[in-house]
Design a protein around this ligand. Structure first.
Ligand SMILES: O=C(O)/C=C\C(=O)CC(=O)CC(=O)O
Length: 228
């Protein structure tokens, strides 16, 4: 299966991977997009982040992911956690449909945008943080950090974007951007100051890999919430 000269051919297993995922977890969503783009078939094991105080905290799942978060991916006989590390593993073992550009400067740009979103925005507005911030303040809190980060993303995109975040090829940066835009809408962030972000999000809306990964198309999406 693997055509990457650095990866032994027996490294990649034919056993279908299992993705521990939650329908509107943006981190699970990044990996779903990457798997779909690379056309890797996988099964989803839903982990409800809200049922009974969160299934991610149960003993059984803590064995899978000691960070008590989704996603986790069982693949090639290994259990991997952390969405960005997982995307890089997929890139290295399944080089088909690359998610990193060849050009080193473009690669750096992809990693920069990934980092802004995955370290500088999402962790500050995820469920565990918002629980600590409290119901009353959580919307303002999330808006603050998303706005701060989107200013930097928009600036990065002003020099890197073509059709997508970096040039005209879909990359890891796009896998991270689309779920973060969803979160921004969820917290009613005014997105008008970010026209490039909005344009790329719109561009990717109809892409089949992105569409299939959308929360509303997940097996654990509550039926009463078909549209986000
Ligand atoms: O249904 C819920 O409200 C629970 C959790 C989430 O949305 C996931 C997050 O914590 C946000 C995120 O992934 O960025």
């Amino acid at each position: 299966m693997s055509s990457n000269a650095n990866i032994p051919s027996n490294y990649v297993s034919d056993v279908q991977p299992i993705l521990y995922s939650y329908w509107r977890s943006s981190c699970s969503w990044r990996v779903r997009i990457a798997m779909n783009l690379k056309e890797i078939p996988y099964d989803i094991k839903p982990i409800s982040l809200i049922k009974s105080g969160g299934e991610q905290h149960c003993n059984e799942y803590r064995e899978v992911n000691p960070m008590e978060q989704v996603p986790a991916l069982q693949i090639d006989g290994h259990t991997l956690i952390e969405s960005v590390a997982i995307m890089h593993y997929l890139e290295e073992t399944r080089p088909q449909r690359p998610l990193l550009p060849q050009d080193v400067h473009k690669r750096a740009k992809v990693r920069e945008i990934v980092e802004i979103i995955c370290s500088g925005i999402q962790p500050l507005q995820n469920l565990i943080v918002l629980i600590h911030v409290g119901e009353e303040k959580k919307k303002e809190w999330a808006q603050h950090w998303i706005t701060r980060g989107f200013r930097a993303v928009e600036k990065a995109l002003s020099t890197s974007a073509g059709k997508y975040c970096v040039g005209d090829e879909i990359s890891m940066a796009d896998c991270c951007l689309v779920p973060q835009v969803f979160n921004a809408r969820r917290f009613h962030v005014d997105l008008r100051p970010y026209p490039i972000i909005l344009r790329i999000d719109r561009e990717l809306e109809s892409n089949p890999a992105f569409r299939a990964a959308h929360p509303s198309n997940q097996p654990d999406c509550p039926p009463e919430l078909p549209n986000k």
